[in-house]
Ligand binder design. Structure first.
Ligand code: HEC
Ligand code: HEC
Length: 545
């Protein structure tokens, strides 16, 4: 999946070398994207002339509303009142136990806790959800095969089904040891820009990063029979002791990543690796429904208020409209919507083309011609791509409607104490507790809900410790999207492990907090200074989410 890149990495390699630079960049871009969505390749006929627009490098500006455009004045005041941060920790707040609003699942807590549909779907929508679930679980096979509508896998891929990574609709994990093939985690790849064209494409946000010339934007560790996989991710961990103020010693494991068994020759020595585990899938439609003005309200890119925290909106390009927009999904918030993220997953992770990412050969680069020449799973009678409409729409609906489970123990005094500490330590400066979603959200089930995701969806500098050194769009090599915390206390129940952060390096919630640096250093240091009892209360609060 090229979750972090709206432009296909492989084709964008040839785009970047062959693409004409136009002073009518806007028109060219629109034409490109339009054509991309409609017919895929074959659009570089727009051979245009050629003024090197240095001014383009100034970077993009997003024209975002600073005020909720979906609400009446009266509603705006109401929304402001219910979303104001509390300072009363004596009891739980109203509706706090229902983090997904009316969509919250109140089913009893089992391993399936992340797999229930939004509670407020109507009968027909529930049917659509279950059909979408089938596609999410579907095992794709290599073409050609007798199972007509399921072929087209790869040729390069990381997994054969969405569910193989988003295990139980929850999160992935790093491999258990050297013999465990990484299956719910992979490496994203890129190289620094070198040519004027590459710099220019980045500055204009035509692409968010430059793919490695041979291996593309993602390392696929599997390939169909007869082809080599690209290679295998390797991880070395080094244990680092951290001594807390009360004397307790916590060990963090610092990972170093590499690639073994390269299948297509040498890799660029300047390659940048970004390890990612699969995110949990709950509440995504609700995150999509947060109004841009509410994200803007927390953004403070230049830290104008001087609190040391400077969240910024991730800027990305929506391949469907061609427009610049807010990035919300993936660990660096590089994709604009659940649908785009899903289309990129089909392509980059499984090697299946969709109406949004149309290449049947998935992520094979032009340097991997053997891979581009493999049979495809396109069935002309069904459409021009391997997963034609309505498959992408169905899986998107499914992913938008995986319900957030109801909270547990909200009135427990220890949980309430932990909540207070969560506020006092400044965790809420990034992990924004609550929103009321847009009245104009696309999905009915997502409209005008009071939700508690504990994220601002903004990019924050998390310091050198967590840095991957791989910039994407306007996210630097040390910036990450504030991870939503809803449901995090059920990770062990659903997934049987407690590995956290973008690469699963943290083995517990406490380790995850202690990795916080950069803008979050002050918050982490408050946790290091807590007494054991306070730390336990803080963790009890997180476990109740
Ligand atoms: C090989 C493993 C893998 C497969 C298969 C996979 N994903 Fe993912 N998924 C990931 C990873 C890793 C991320 C985080 C990506 C990033 O940060 O760029 C992710 C992120 C996402 C997100 C964003 C979640 C968030 O909180 O931002 C969505 C939505 C998603 N995937 C949907 C899908 C769908 C739909 C499919 C099947 C078509 C799929 N994924 C297949 C690994 C996978
Ligand atoms: C400056 C913003 C910021 C502050 C302050 C902050 N966080 Fe975070 N938090 C993040 C970001 C960004 C991530 C994702 C980092 C990554 O994956 O590398 C994250 C991740 C996490 C995770 C792991 C989530 C997951 O899905 O793996 C936990 C748990 C967490 N934070 C708890 C806390 C607590 C508790 C505090 C207060 C002591 C806190 N955070 C303060 C930004 C912040």
């Amino acid at each position: 999946m090229r979750c972090s890149k709206p432009i296909r990495p492989t084709t964008s390699t040839d785009d970047l070398t062959a693409r004409p630079l136009s002073h009518h960049r806007e028109a060219l871009r629109r034409a490109r994207w339009g054509a991309r969505v409609a017919v895929g390749a074959g659009l570089f006929v727009l051979a245009a002339p050629i003024a090197l627009a240095v001014a383009d490098r100034a970077g993009p500006t997003l024209d975002l509303p600073t005020r909720r455009t979906d609400l009446s004045t009266k509603d705006r005041a109401r929304v402001r009142a219910v979303t104001r941060q509390t300072d009363d920790f004596a009891a739980a707040e109203r509706f706090e136990a229902m983090p997904g609003g009316g969509a919250t699942s109140t089913a009893s807590i089992t391993r399936d806790a992340f797999s229930h549909p939004s509670a407020n779907l109507d009968f027909e929508e529930r049917q659509t959800f279950f059909v979408g679930n089938g596609i999410f679980k579907k095992l794709w096979v290599a073409a050609p095969s007798s199972t007509a509508a399921s072929d087209g896998l790869g040729p390069l891929y990381n997994a054969r089904a969405c569910q193989r990574c988003h295990l139980k609709d929850g999160r992935g994990h790093p491999p258990d040891g050297p013999d465990d093939v990484a299956s719910s985690m992979f490496l994203r790849l890129s190289v620094p820009p070198r040519t004027v064209e590459e710099h220019d494409a980045l500055a204009a946000f035509e692409t968010l990063r430059i793919p490695e010339p041979t291996y593309g934007g993602q390392l696929q560790n599997f390939a169909v029979t007869g082809l080599s996989a690209e290679g295998q991710m390797t991880i070395d961990y080094e244990e680092i002791p951290v001594t807390l103020a009360d004397g307790e010693v916590v060990h963090l494991r610092k990972p170093t990543y590499g690639i073994a068994d390269l299948g297509y020759g040498p890799i660029d020595p300047a390659v940048q690796l970004s390890p990612r585990v699969a995110n949990p899938m709950i509440g995504l439609g609700l995150l999509e429904a947060i109004h841009p003005a509410d994200l803007m309200a927390n953004a403070d890119p230049d830290d104008a208020d001087g609190d040391g925290i400077s969240g910024k909106i991730s800027v990305t390009r929506d391949p469907v409209t061609g427009d610049l927009t807010i990035g919300r999904f993936g660990w660096k918030a590089s994709t604009p919507s659940v649908m785009v993220q899903s289309a990129e997953a089909f392509s980059g992770d499984i090697g299946i083309s969709t109406p949004i990412v149309t290449d049947a050969f998935g992520e094979c680069s032009i340097a991997q011609s053997i891979c581009r020449d493999q049979p495809t799973g396109v069935q002309r009678r069904l459409g021009d791509v391997e997963a034609p409409d309505p498959l992408l729409g169905l899986v998107t609906f499914y992913a938008q409607n995986l319900a957030v489970p109801a909270r547990r123990d909200v009135e427990d005094p220890k949980v309430l104490e932990g909540k207070k500490l969560f506020y006092e330590a400044g965790c809420v400066d990034c992990h924004t507790p609550k929103y009321v979603t847009s009245r104009k959200a696309e999905g009915k089930a997502q409209r005008f809900q009071l939700i508690w995701p504990y994220t601002d969806l903004l990019l924050h500098d998390m310091g050198e410790g967590l840095a991957d050194g791989r910039p994407v769009g306007n996210a630097s090599g040390s910036e990450w999207r504030t991870a939503p915390l809803w449901g995090i206390g059920l990770t062990e129940t659903v997934n049987g492990h407690t590995y956290f952060l973008h690469d699963g390096r943290a083995r517990s919630l406490l380790e995850a907090i202690l990795w916080h640096g950069g803008e979050a250093e002050a918050a982490a240091s408050r946790v290091r200074d807590m007494s054991r009892g306070e730390r336990e209360a803080l963790l009890a609060f997180l476990e109740s989410l």
